[in-house]
Design a binder for this molecule. Structure first.
Ligand SMILES: N[C@@H](CCC(=O)N[C@@H](CS)C(=O)NCC(=O)O)C(=O)O
Length: 206
């Protein structure tokens, strides 16, 4: 018997969806979600998905009264509120650090997704590819310098977002060898990815 009360437009390939699913697992609300496999591609707006989100993006959450929530930032905070969680620290330096890491993890993902789209085009624009690589490497350098802070700060949405970006690097940018240039970050990631919420949400093709 299912206790699902909300519908989540979902795909096992999307790192933003993964961020939402990790939050749901951490907060113990996974059984409230009915997962609806939805294909979202920049060049192919999905008419069914657009009934719930005019931007045709996943994740999109539909509440039991039909109210829709997007994007992943809003959905994660909604789930945290619903479960009375502490993934979004409410004040002080912990709050700003969590939001800053959340923005950096999501921003890195935005760059990686555009980079992947560009490299799959018939004639990729090399200066664009170079700029995405430069930003990615600079983000990894900053995060490597902050690896100790990540390890010492209470687990938050910031940790989840950064780890989702690193997981996506492993999934789609295997050749980048990011661990060589960010060994302290790699050590932090090796530890955090052992959490059950990360293990059960690993990306899969199909
Ligand atoms: N800022 C959005 C980004 C979501 C996003 O770009 N999702 C991708 C899938 S990984 C998507 O739906 N792309 C379809 C499109 O851009 O049309 C969020 O945090 O939810």
């Amino acid at each position: 018997m299912t206790t699902a009360t909300m519908k989540l437009h979902w795909s096992p390939k999307s790192p933003y969806v993964r961020k939402v699913m990790i939050c749901a697992h951490e907060l113990g609300v996974v059984d409230k979600l009915e997962l609806v496999r939805s294909v979202a591609a920049m060049l192919k707006p999905n008419a069914r998905l657009m009934q719930d989100n005019p931007l045709s993006k996943i994740p999109t959450l539909v509440l039991d009264d039909g109210f829709t929530l997007f994007d992943s930032i809003v959905i994660c905070e909604y789930l945290d509120d619903l479960a009375d969680g502490s993934l979004f620290p409410s004040q002080g330096s912990d709050k700003w650090q969590a939001l800053r890491w959340h923005a950096l993890g999501d921003g890195l993902l935005d760059a990686l997704i555009l980079w992947r789209n560009e490299r799959e085009r018939e004639a990729p624009l090399q200066p664009l590819i170079d700029a995405f690589e430069l930003k990615t490497r600079a983000s990894l350098t900053l995060l490597d310098d902050e690896a100790q802070a990540l390890a010492e700060t209470a687990f938050s949405i910031g940790h989840i977002a950064i780890a989702c970006a690193l997981g996506y690097l492993d999934y789609r940018f295997d050749g980048l060898g990011w661990r060589r240039t960010a060994p302290r970050l790699a050590e932090w990631f090796a530890e955090i990815r052992t959490r059950p919420s990360f293990q059960t949400t690993e990306h899969v093709d199909g």
